[in-house]
Design a binder for this molecule. Sequence first.
Ligand SMILES: NC(=O)c1ccc[n+]([C@@H]2O[C@H](COP(=O)([O-])OP(=O)(O)OC[C@H]3O[C@@H](n4cnc5c(N)ncnc54)[C@H](O)[C@@H]3O)[C@@H](O)[C@H]2O)c1
Length: 355
Amino acid sequence: MVDNIEKLECLIPTRMKSGLGYDIIIGRELDEIIIAELSGNTFLVVDQNVYELYNSKFKFDRMGNRIYILKSGEFSKSWKYAQNIATKMLETGCNRQSKIVAIGGGVTGDLSGFVASIFMRGIKIVHIPTTLLACVDSSIGGKTGINLNGYKNILGAFYQPSKIIISTNFFSTLPLREIKCGLGEIVKTSLLSKHIFDYVNTSVSKLLMLDSQTVLDTVKLCIEFKDNITSSDERETSLRKILNVGHTIGHALESINKFKLSHGEYVLCGIELETKLARELNIIDEDYYKVIMHLLNIASTPKIKIKNIDKLINIMKADKKNTDGKIDFIFAKSQGETQEYQIETKLKALLEAVI
Ligand SMILES: NC(=O)c1ccc[n+]([C@@H]2O[C@H](COP(=O)([O-])OP(=O)(O)OC[C@H]3O[C@@H](n4cnc5c(N)ncnc54)[C@H](O)[C@@H]3O)[C@@H](O)[C@H]2O)c1
């Protein structure tokens, strides 16, 4: 009986209203809702792998010329692809009433959101995220952007979607490595909420096995949490900064390694190194430190050799979040508690101690 109720719950989509006013639909079987979104004055940007895997199901080709199939990978988050998409939109008669539907991971979402924010001074965008990482994190909160000269997210805008449609069915085709990348952002979120940490810590194995109910519950928890934060501080002037746990080092590693690994993997490495820094600075509770390391181990956090610490620090200095020339960190302290910490001069010695 309980099993049947759970199965039924999995099939009924959850409809939420973001604190910023847009609709969020979360469920497993959302095919009809997705197909309906592709009608009308719409331009589709779809990740190439997603196109190949799902064209037969969703008939993306019926968009005619109003489709841009985006090469997979971080390098697509660039000015070149933003321009290509905008050019094709113009050529196919898109106007201010058009909307973009972005179907893919965080790369597709960030790039399409950026184009939507500047095309004819801004048109609607609907996100249909297809990776675990994009469903639990990047599709929410309206951060859009592209990389510039090897630096992450330098050009971009805060630009909210008109709708987000999250179907966990897409995860069935994700390689395990991508599930673990999603776990990177889930672990990050869990460091900010005692409740989510307890949940993730006890259900991480089920999550990696893509147990339906666990996946749905995790996605909902992360989305509700991020939406609460981003709705109260849309432009990251204060509270929203906590979402950057692990990202100060993570983003710098991503740039220095020229995006060889995936974003989620760099986030995992960033969380590991920043948590070690917090320990070096006597900020984090020791038992909590051990549990975080255990979680990072389960997520197969990659071991990255850092050959040039000075270069890494220089990249961190260019981080948008910094103030007064100091590098801003958000350190995990105890369950559900973080501490903002600025480091000016002793970062090199600290990093040498933890690497
Ligand atoms: N805007 C934000 O707030 C925010 C937050 C976190 C991360 N990000 C950005 O998100 C990006 C990372 O996102 P990502 O991890 O989704 O990467 P991604 O978009 O590159 O997707 C990862 C891989 O999964 C493939 N893929 C996508 N969906 C699939 C599916 N259903 N089945 C099989 N393969 C599939 C893609 O082709 C790609 O190869 C980074 O650029 C990062 O900076 C943005």
